[in-house]
Design a binder for this molecule. Sequence first.
Ligand SMILES: O=C(O)CCC(=O)C(=O)O
Length: 284
Amino acid sequence: MSKLLDDAQVAAYRRDGFVSPMRAVSAGQAGLWQERMARSIADFTARFPEEPGQRQPPARLKPYLLFRWAAEIVRHPAILDAVEDVIGPDILVFHTTLWWKKAGTEGYVPWHQDGTYFGLAPHEHVTAWLALTPSTLESGCVTMLPGSHKQGQLAHTDISDPAIMLSRGQTVKATVDEAAGVPVQLQPGEFSLHDTMVLHASAPNRSAQDRIGLGISYIPARCYHTGPTRLSATLVRGANTHNHFDLEAEPKADMDAAALAAHADSLGRFKKASETIPEMSLVH
Ligand SMILES: O=C(O)CCC(=O)C(=O)O
């Protein structure tokens, strides 16, 4: 029996490679998370200044290891219920990216498949994208290419454009029929799910408000990393039935010593893994 998605939504996910929108929390709760997020990222940056030209500063990667607000979001029952409906009951968080597009900036995300950069098998990873501010056509919401997940893994290449928000400018080589893209517009507190193989992209934020969302990469416990590096992940529901990952600790307080150490350890392993799997990168 499904937990949050109805049969039509599960069918849409299987057919199109994504489903949207679902509501996780009220707009008010999303706003509170967004305020805590902004404060905590400012605190982190004050202690560990961003390096110039860094596309995804470390606090935006796996923030659920550093900050309570993100630890709460990745464990939110509504999101987990929807994820369980598509990948089953034993669920780990493999990765998470804070996608923060400042108002009126040029940052964009080219067409890509998430699975290209994670080195996971089987290809069952699902991303839940939770909006903390409005994600609209004007603010550069994520656009999905329905059915593209059925093509399997496609070749990608690195494009050197500083406006690209992916770490190496990863872009699918094939020409994408952009007219067939479906914009996934979300209000604060709503989320979408997308398959690891669906092609997706997002345009610059032309609105007057920052567009902020959290992309949470969930995997079923049967998924494993194909490289030699043993990676870490967070068990958020069910059991770690296959022991493919070292389990990460939940932060007790924002940026306490244990949280900083867990975060550095996890990102360090991820970086090391990216050196042995050429397609992989620090962020997808
Ligand atoms: O937030 C964006 O614009 C891109 C998100 C994305 O590529 C993802 O969540 O996989």
